[in-house]
Design a protein around this ligand. Structure first.
Ligand SMILES: Nc1ncnc2c1ncn2[C@@H]1O[C@H](COP(=O)(O)OP(=O)(O)OP(=O)(O)O)[C@@H](O)[C@H]1O
Ligand SMILES: [Mg+2]
Length: 453
């Protein structure tokens, strides 16, 4: 789409010269003979760049600039002024004008200024789109789950996002701890500032200390420059201390002090520096057990654990699995630039019943793999071998007396098993079974009647 340029100039001759000049560029030109008319055009069109004369009867260019900025504070306005009144152009720059041009101008200079302005506008729009994308990515819309457990997590996130309360996220590997931490950050007023994360279990003690708190130049061999450290790099934003349960006891003391004083002392320095960072801690260990066994400081535990978020394993909320599968299929299809694929009811059932040890990350990987390996439809064969095997073992065909059940009996057991696995959620079960909700209800009614016979 061509960018729109708005020319505001009350002298007719000048207006038409500017129009001809700019029409040679790759843009669409609008003109206004007064600031009042310019405002009307600006507020009803996507204007990339406004080029306005300063001296006009009625509202002048400076006031127009003010008005435009109240409509869109990222608007780009170029001011044109007579050589003799450069002072007023400077004043306009202070008020947020992008640049100024003195009259009479050299055509090529004017065009170059306008081109730069258009490019700046494009960059600003791209940035805005990126920020929006980030926000969308970590909004609740990307955390999938309708289970009571996840709904509870959403409620907590909403309540605490804008506070500074310490948060401890506990959950097995792959349950979404980092995703939740990011979502808290992007839903808080800190969203425009950095979100940083450090794995406290991945670095030896001395390195972790300078990673967190920074160091002074010469603090140790190899410290050739000052280093800020994560607490200060994430100033104004959020820092995720991941695998906090792995943090050595010596550092736990220093961390507690930093949190209490809201300041850190870089390694090798004697001056403490203030920081304003929101701390979120995460762990896949049970920190209370760690405290009971003296591997984690109790005072630090209480400091971090003002708000506790527990992410239950996927096995404990199977009703979320069909939704997650849909989400991951849509995601991989988008990434691969291809259409989504349906999933066979049998494959769906196997996925819902599997005992996911790696939780959502493992499920995501299984879906990515199946999507790539399968043909038109994702079937049992495309699933990882251990899930296939598990599905076969799960579904025992013979009854306890070794008799082969009837087809209807197999169907009945299968339906009830799926229902159980999704916590009696009929809609989810119907989806997995590949039948209408009304069909499912009819079957269930019949099973009830059969029992009463
Ligand atoms: N509720 C959810 N909805 C959608 N995607 C999810 C959900 N929970 C987790 N994921 C995805 O699963 C993957 C693992 O999540 P994440 O890295 O947040 O887990 P974790 O608990 O930090 O794992 P680990 O303990 O291994 O570091 C990520 O790709 C994440 O986007
Ligand atoms: Mg993690």
């Amino acid at each position: 789409m061509k960018p729109n340029i708005l020319i505001v100039e009350d002298e007719e001759l000048m207006r038409s010269i500017l129009r001809q000049l700019l029409e040679g560029e790759d843009c669409r030109v609008f003109t206004a003979d007064s600031a009042e008319n310019a405002l009307a055009i600006f507020s009803t069109n996507e204007i990339a760049v406004t080029l306005t004369d300063i001296k006009m009867s009625g509202m002048d260019g400076i006031e127009l600039l003010d008005q435009i900025k109240t409509i869109d504070d990222e608007a780009i306005v170029i001011i044109m002024t007579a050589y003799s009144s450069v002072d007023s152009a400077i004043a306009a720059l202070r008020k947020g004008a992008y640049d100024y041009i003195t009259k009479p101008f050299v055509n090529e200079n004017l065009l170059q200024t306008v081109r730069n302005a258009i490019r700046t506008k494009e960059l600003k729009s791209e940035n805005r789109a990126l920020r929006r994308e980030l926000k969308r990515k970590y909004s609740f819309a990307e955390i999938i789950g309708k289970s009571e457990a996840l709904q509870g997590v959403f409620r907590i996130i909403e309540k605490v996002a804008d506070t500074n309360a310490g948060i401890l996220i506990q959950g097995e590997s792959g349950t979404g701890k980092e995703l939740v931490a990011r979502s808290i950050h992007f839903n808080s007023q800190r969203a425009a500032k950095p979100f940083l994360a450090v794995n406290c279990g991945a670095l030896p003690e001395s390195l972790l200390e300078s990673e967190l708190f920074g160091h002074a130049k010469g603090a140790f061999t190899g410290a050739n420059t000052d280093k800020k450290g994560l607490f200060r790099s994430s100033d104004g934003g959020t820092l995720l201390l991941d695998e906090i349960g792995e943090m050595p006891l010596v550092l736990q003391v220093k961390l507690l002090r930093a949190l209490q004083e809201q300041e850190v002392t870089p390694v090798g320095s004697s001056t403490a520096v203030k920081f304003d960072t929101r701390i979120i801690a995460a762990t896949n260990k049970n920190l209370e057990t760690e405290v009971a066994e003296n591997r984690f400081r109790e005072d630090l535990f209480y400091r971090l654990n003002v708000i506790e978020i527990n992410l239950p394993p996927l096995r404990a909320r199977r009703e979320d699995i069909p939704l997650l599968i849909k989400h991951f299929i849509a995601k991989i299809a988008r990434e691969q630039n291809t259409a989504e694929k349906p999933i066979e009811p049998q494959a769906m059932a196997a996925l819902v019943n599997f005992s996911w040890q790696g939780n959502i990350r493992e499920l995501n990987n299984a879906i990515d793999r199946a999507f790539i390996l399968s043909g038109e439809e994702i079937d049992l064969d495309a699933l990882p071998p251990k899930i296939k095997l598990d599905a076969r073992n799960n579904f025992e065909m013979r009854d306890p007396q070794g008799l082969r059940p009837t087809l209807e009996e197999i169907e009945r057991r299968y339906i009830l098993e799926i229902l159980k696995s999704v916590g009696d959620d009929k809609t989810a079960a119907a989806e997995i079974l590949g039948i209408d909700l009304s069909t499912l209800y009819r079957r269930l009614k019949r099973y009830d009647e059969m029992r009463e016979m």
